[in-house]
Design a protein around this ligand. Structure first.
Ligand code: MG
Length: 390
């Protein structure tokens, strides 16, 4: 097993709070390594390859998908975790699972599904990721879901409304819903995944944004975090001024920016840990968030986020496709609610046994949330006879 020296505040696998259905330990893997392996082998994980991050899957082969995004989060997370002496395997497990509950078509799909479910219990993608690993994956003979450890499930449930936290607490007292009621933090490993997620998408959305032609290198010069590293790269390698080297310039600036953010998180978090001196992960949970950027990097990262929000996520071309995506989700939801037998047989059977409209709607939401972009488009075409207009 692991020969790493664990920090006292790490989520040590030997002290896991365990699985909901007790299982004998694996001979060669820690419980968190085993969680990671279960996630990689899950059906929901394979679907991530055909799910949108920002650009729809059919818009190009080189844009990030939820799968490549999740791998980048895991890479950044592991590298930071190692420097902090915390549990890399747990960070990897959470990173790879953090987006499993995402609907097709990225945030547009999630917003549309949440609107459809407004009177029926709502739809939250973090909660859905937990539902995927707790309930929806059907792979084991004696339980539903993947039966992951508490620590991985805690990390997957990044946000949760009070209403849903109360429901979780009722079905699993002292479980993963409790911290939202007590207003506590999760483990350092889980905190790290949140930040690695943000670092990853800020960087790769710059790359994808430029690749798509929706934003330009020139425009990015107004973002201090990017401009500093672009200038550094040019000073060191003047040949990057040549037009034919623009992509190398972009990559070099992004690489420098990523490294700077990673080192910043490591330093700022080490400082916070040195001040707070938690001796155990349970102490970490009662303290304010400790995995953090320095105040300067936090501000600069916000500026970059705002830039991406206004210039990329709100770009008319992106908004046009997301409007269409929302319509597809809304119409699919109405169609399946009306005719549940149109869903895949196991979902149709669950809908028949649902008993009431609220439960039936949840089955429909589970079915739609699990779809890849292209499957949703095909289903919409099959059921409406209308084609996606790109
Ligand atoms: Mg993410």
């Amino acid at each position: 097993m692991h020969e790493t020296v664990w920090a006292s505040y790490a989520c040590h696998p030997a002290y896991t709070r365990g699985r909901r259905y007790p299982e004998a330990p694996a001979p060669t893997r820690s419980d968190h390594q085993r969680d990671r392996d279960r996630i990689v082998h899950s059906t929901a994980f394979r679907r991530l390859v055909y799910k949108t991050q920002v650009f729809l899957n059919h818009e190009g082969d080189l844009f990030r998908t939820r799968l490549t995004h999740s791998l980048e989060v895991a890479q950044l997370g592991r590298s930071i975790a190692r420097s902090l002496g915390i549990n890399e395997d747990l960070v990897e497990a959470i990173s790879l699972a953090h987006d499993l509950g995402h609907t097709p078509f990225g945030h547009a799909g999630q917003d549309a599904l949440n609107a459809c479910m407004a009177e029926l219990g709502g739809f939250e993608h973090n909660l859905q990721s937990l539902r995927v690993v707790d309930v929806l994956e059907l792979r084991y003979p004696h339980f539903d879901g993947l039966n992951l450890t508490f620590e991985t499930r805690e990390g997957i449930l990044k946000h949760c409304s009070r209403e849903h936290a109360e429901q979780l607490e009722a079905s699993e007292p002292g479980g993963v819903g409790q911290r939202f009621l007590l207003r506590q933090q999760p483990s350092l490993e889980a905190q790290l995944c949140n930040l690695a997620d943000e670092i990853a998408y800020n960087a790769h959305d710059i790359d994808d944004g430029v690749r798509s032609g929706l934003i330009t290198l020139e425009q990015l010069r107004e973002v201090p975090l990017f401009e500093r590293y672009r200038a550094q790269a040019l000073a060191e390698y003047p040949q990057l001024h040549d037009a034919q080297n623009h992509r190398r310039l972009l990559y070099d600036a992004i690489r420098r920016m990523l490294s700077a953010q990673v080192y910043d998180v490591i330093e700022a978090t080490k400082d916070a840990l040195a001040q707070a001196r938690p001796r155990h992960v349970d102490e970490v949970r009662t303290l304010p968030a400790l995995v953090q950027f320095s105040p300067t990097m936090r501000t600069e990262s916000m500026v970059l986020k705002r830039f991406l929000f206004h210039n990329l996520y709100r770009h008319s071309r992106v908004v046009h496709t997301t409007d269409q995506a929302k319509q597809v989700v809304r119409e699919l939801f109405a169609l399946y609610l009306e005719c549940p037998q149109e869903m895949k047989p196991n979902f149709a059977a669950r809908a028949r046994g649902a008993g009431d409209a609220r439960r039936c709607a949840r089955v429909v939401a589970d079915f739609i949330a699990g779809m890849t972009d292209r499957y949703a488009v095909r289903e919409h075409e099959r059921l409406t006879g209308r084609q996606w207009l790109v």
